[in-house]
Design a protein around this ligand. Structure first.
Ligand SMILES: Nc1ncnc2c1ncn2[C@@H]1O[C@H](COP(=O)(O)OP(=O)(O)OP(=O)(O)O)[C@@H](O)[C@H]1O
Length: 301
């Protein structure tokens, strides 16, 4: 892996690098990603935000070695996609996705064990005492120790999200990718998952994470970097202080958005109740000096 100084003299390894990456869908030729450059370094925690259809999941699938670019290069954990056995590379990457297949009648402990083999169903003969114990330890770390013998299918959404994170950590990945891990969670469950990710960030300094989300409220305070995507193009990318701003979010979502950060966490709002600068300025790419107050307009999604 390449190493590069982050400016403070501390040298961080490059975990993933996308250079001039485009993804096109055939036969339509639809552009999913358009000349994307992105570098992720060890120990960084990235948020990936953008409107529906912006290409966030496609970005995650590239970094997760689940697909190839049409053009440009993707390097992950020191390997170039296209020149490496992707199945082998995937064993070093944890992936949590709401669509992933999980046997609902398996116990929570068994589901976590499947992370050691990268399989949907448990391969019982593969799991020695140390592996089984590790699954219990990870459940403990994620606050799910008492759920070990419960069928996965009867767990709440928040419990399932934490179980899937424990599962993803079984292979001791250096890169953890989370695609909308808070999907359909109530507020306490969401906060439990945020706490769990914050805990992992503080206890595993070498772990790198990328989280796709629609809401800045869902980002743990440990999130240090953000990438804003729109129409397959990078709108902004870098430290959260520079990217998760009212101007940056307004430009990306093309409507006035006011972003605030308090005690490390973010909130965003957009609408008629706003009196703050983002509304006064209007979207950065909108060209107007002030947003018009008229009836609400809903985009078709
Ligand atoms: N397998 C596929 N075949 C055809 N089109 C696809 C495929 N996967 C993604 N797309 C298209 O690529 C674009 C980007 O999709 P993607 O899922 O990456 O966006 P997203 O930002 O994650 O969206 P959302 O926020 O709605 O989940 C969309 O227009 C989608 O319809």
């Amino acid at each position: 892996m390449r190493r590069q100084s982050d400016g403070s003299g501390f040298v961080r390894a490059t975990v993933a690098a996308l250079n001039g990456v485009s993804v096109l869908r055939y036969p339509e030729g639809q552009v999913i990603l358009d000349r994307v450059d992105w570098t992720i370094r060890a120990g960084e925690h990235w948020a990936l935000l953008g409107p529906n259809g912006a290409g966030k999941t496609s970005m995650l699938r590239l970094v997760g070695a689940l697909m190839h670019p049409t053009s440009g290069s993707v390097d992950v954990l020191g390997h170039r996609i296209g020149r490496v056995d992707l199945r082998e590379l995937r064993t070093r990457i944890g992936f949590v996705s709401p669509g992933q297949e999980v046997p609902r009648d398996a116990t929570v402990h068994a589901v976590v064990l499947t992370g050691a083999t990268g399989t949907v169903q448990p391969l019982w003969r593969e799991y020695g005492p140390a592996t089984r114990e590790r699954a219990h330890e990870l459940l403990g770390e994620l606050g799910c120790k008492d759920l070990a013998d419960r069928p996965y299918g009867v767990c709440s959404g928040g419990q399932r999200a934490r179980v899937l994170i424990a599962r993803a950590l079984m292979s001791e990945p250096s890169l953890l990718l989370l695609d909308e891990p808070y999907n359909a969670l109530d507020l306490p469950s969401r906060e439990d998952v945020i706490d769990a990710l914050h805990y992992l960030a503080t206890t595993r300094p070498d772990l790198t994470t990328v989280t796709v989300t629609h809401y800045v409220e869902e980002l743990p305070a440990s999130t240090g970097h953000a990438l804003l995507l729109r129409g397959g193009r990078v709108q902004a990318s870098g430290p959260v202080e520079e990217v998760l701003t009212s101007d940056g979010m307004s430009a990306c979502f093309q409507r006035p958005i006011e972003v605030e950060r308090r005690d490390g966490r973010w909130t965003a709002r957009s609408g008629r109740g706003m009196s703050h600068t983002a509304l006064d300025r209007g979207p950065r790419t909108g060209g107007g000096s002030r947003a018009e107050i008229g009836p609400p307009v809903f985009e078709h999604r």
